[in-house]
Design a protein around this ligand. Sequence first.
Ligand SMILES: *Cc1c(COP(=O)(O)O)cnc(C)c1O
Length: 390
Amino acid sequence: MTEYRPETRAVHVPHPVVEGSRPITVPIYQTSGFTFDDPAVMADGMGRPDGPYVYGRYSNPTVRALEEAVSGLEGGVAAIATGSGMAAINTVLLGLLKPGDHLIAQRALYGGTAGMINELVSRFGVEVSYVPEHDPAALRAAVGPRTKLVYLETIANPMCQVADLPAMCAAARELGLVSVVDNTFATPLLCRPIEHGADVVVHSTTKYLSGHTDVVGGMAVFADDALYRDVWHFAIELGPSPDPFAAWLSLRGMQTLGLRMERHCANTRLLATRLAEHPSVAAVHWPGLPSHPSHEVAAKLLPDFGGLFSFDLTGGRAAGERFMRSVRLALVAPSLGGVETLILHPATTSHRSLTAAELARHGIGEGTVRVAVGIEHPEDLWADFEQALT
Ligand SMILES: *Cc1c(COP(=O)(O)O)cnc(C)c1O
């Protein structure tokens, strides 16, 4: 290198050589591309997902480590990491559907997904039917000659309906349909949809997988190699790839997923159980409670019931707003799955454009509060909720 001028040497920084040891954590390969001694090797890498690294939009070692980690947890054969959960969902939907195709989705859907399905219908000529997430007979009845895909969520937002994945995925398979399951709320620690027959699992890794409210990311995990290769070829053109640093943050967060999920679930159980007995609370929506309509399905499918729940205040909208202003420890914020407890009043924020009747159709009351329970000490959380209720 010393034969070159400083301008040139500043560009060609020598790489440190690691010999006889290797880093314990995955390094951040903050590079947009890769260089080759043999151009033929580069050509090979551009044509397949499992070839040499070529370009950051195709793959990157840090991103690949995250893909393999999540794919391994979900029991898939391969995965595609993306820059957001919506990017993963859209990559899969756009990569698998064509104009005229028919999609069957469950009624309760994440807002962004519901919006994207409306776009597919209005802009791309896809047709959609909605069925309850626990009803394989309704799924069979909705199938037509152009039906291609079934879209489900393990646990839905904010009422926590749990999909009957074994029944719904089996019906989809029997009918020759691709089943896609959003497993964001459950995480692979509570449910691995591929074990129940799902073909594709999607995640917002922004939430529990990363877990620290510091990164936005997504993932699509595939049960089948041919399906993965199809979507990968589409994805490298669509370009949803994540930044290596974002992938690294997710890898770092994921190491404590097991500990965090245990605490999220235990804290939620305590809050949900105590709130259900509180005089200011009309109802608690958490599938761990026998009163929840999905309790039976959930008890069969899940070892625990997750870290998110909603509850209805007896005082309606005014009580909901008052509760939001009265908490001291819980933070008023969108999102979920991080270590901090976050609360949201759908009627005045995320769903503020809906009338009372429309809210009711979504199962959301004017006094409904959504809680994404963090990993704080449960008694500190309870003390905060109790003071905010009085
Ligand atoms: C947040 C979320 C998404 C969207 O993920 P982003 O990372 O925000 O793009 C999709 N599905 C579910 C269930 C989510 O909670």
